[in-house]
Design a protein around this ligand. Structure first.
Ligand code: C5P
Length: 402
């Protein structure tokens, strides 16, 4: 059953062009089982007619603070009490500024001020409006007060420019809201995640690396945060925005990652090693750029140290989860790795295929642990991450209760 089943959501719509996408978001929230009441600002009604939201949500749309009929039926206080969550999508720069000041001149502002439930914003505006210090200060102040932000996303904008400021896509918003209601199984616990590739320098301008995008590790960090954990993310070079609530430590080489992870691991309850750590590194880094004087070039490589095995050998070892990227014999290699490295769990994925694995948005995992195994069928990396975090927290609790 969806986590949104029977959840009461106030969907606030403010006056931005992205409001047309909120129609689809309404439909998706309803399909997931949520009860949705749409509250529109006056400006929002210039973009989408209230009747559209009424038809999609199956409920009358709330517009005016001082509508006496409305006030007696379901006014701003009753609406605020009815909701399990207030989601504002799109949230314009103007609305965000008003929210920061606590202005309650319109119904939606009054509801937010009266709300004792979480408020989530999906900002949408021109990229310069988003990066303007005024908006950034407003957002920082709201975040410090516990208001959650989903997005904005990067890409083409309705105004013809391109950059950070697009509203997140309805499917991603719906999923993120669903995860908001996830059981907080890791509340009070700390999780260390390593993600992405490493870069092994050959000379000052060249390096060896691999195809890891970091998507799986970043999704796991977010899923652990959603489950209530305090997360430290040790990341190789990737092109992804880290989860806002994670403590990020950037590293480049396998040796850097070794030092950082083995240093931090004893202070964490769980370590998840998703990073595609280089197995070999150049024995020596040339001081100057290597010139192409010869027909062939030999680079001597030496083995890197295994971070995961080192963490599993620590006297104060966290619950240790490894990843295995294999082209064949998935299950037997995964179980062999579990035993050889002394791990608590191994999540194996098949690589070298068209779907799943490196750089893909989807993945399927074969998860093994001492005495059990589970197959997680192909799904988005976010969904797989949520399922894997549930499995990790179940096994972590089982291990610590014995
Ligand atoms: O042995 P193999 O490289 O296949 O194991 C993969 C797992 O080991 C991943 O979890 C990866 O993060 C970890 N690993 C590591 N240090 C290395 C190589 C791999 O932690 N030097």
């Amino acid at each position: 059953m969806s986590r949104l089943a029977e959840k009461s959501i106030i969907l606030g719509v403010t006056g931005g062009i992205a409001a047309y996408k909120t129609c689809d978001l309404t439909r998706q929230l309803i399909q997931a089982g949520a009860c949705v009441r749409v509250v529109m600002t006056r400006a929002a009604t210039s973009f989408v007619a209230p009747l559209t939201f009424q038809a999609l949500s199956g409920n009358p749309v709330h517009l005016d603070l001082l509508d006496t009929e409305e006030e007696s039926a379901m006014g701003h206080i009753s609406l605020a009490r009815w909701a399990d969550l207030v989601l504002i999508a799109p949230a314009t720069a103007d609305f965000i500024a008003k929210l920061r000041l606590g202005l309650a001149g319109e119904l939606l502002g009054a509801i937010c001020l009266a709300a004792e439930v979480p408020i989530v914003l999906a900002p949408a505006m021109n990229r310069a409006m988003w990066s303007n210090p005024a908006t950034q200060e407003n957002v920082a102040s709201l975040s410090a007060r516990g208001v959650r932000l989903l997005g904005p996303a990067d890409g083409a904008q309705a105004c013809g420019e391109s950059g950070l400021g697009r509203m997140m896509e309805p499917t991603d918003l719906c999923r993120a809201v669903e995860e908001f209601f996830a059981d907080k199984t890791l509340d009070g616990h700390s999780v260390l995640v390593s993600a992405g590739p490493t870069r092994e320098p050959i000379d000052p301008v060249r390096y060896l690396t691999n195809r890891s995008s970091g998507k799986m590790g970043y999704a796991l960090a977010q899923a652990a945060i959603n489950a209530g954990a305090k997360v430290t993310l040790v990341s190789g070079p990737v092109f992804l925005a880290p989860p806002k609530e994670a403590t990020l430590v950037n590293v480049e080489t396998a040796a850097d990652m070794f030092e950082v992870v083995t240093g931090l691991a004893p202070q964490h309850d769980i370590y998840i090693g998703t990073a595609a750590v280089a197995d070999y590194t150049p024995a020596a880094v040339a001081e100057g750029k290597i010139k192409k004087h010869h027909e062939a070039l030999d680079i001597r490589l030496t083995r890197t140290r295994d971070i995961l095995a080192a963490v599993a050998r620590l006297p104060k070892k966290p619950f240790t989860v490894g990843f295995a990227a294999e082209t064949d014999h998935l299950e037997s290699y995964a179980r062999e790795k579990l035993e050889r490295k002394g791990l608590d769990m191994v999540a194996a994925n098949r690589v070298g295929q068209s779907q799943g694995g490196f750089d893909s948005d989807e993945n399927a995992l074969w998860v093994v642990w001492p005495g059990g195994e589970l197959q997680l069928p192909m799904a988005s990396k976010q969904q797989i991450a949520t399922q894997l975090i549930e499995l990790i927290s179940d096994n972590y609790r089982a291990k610590n209760s014995t």
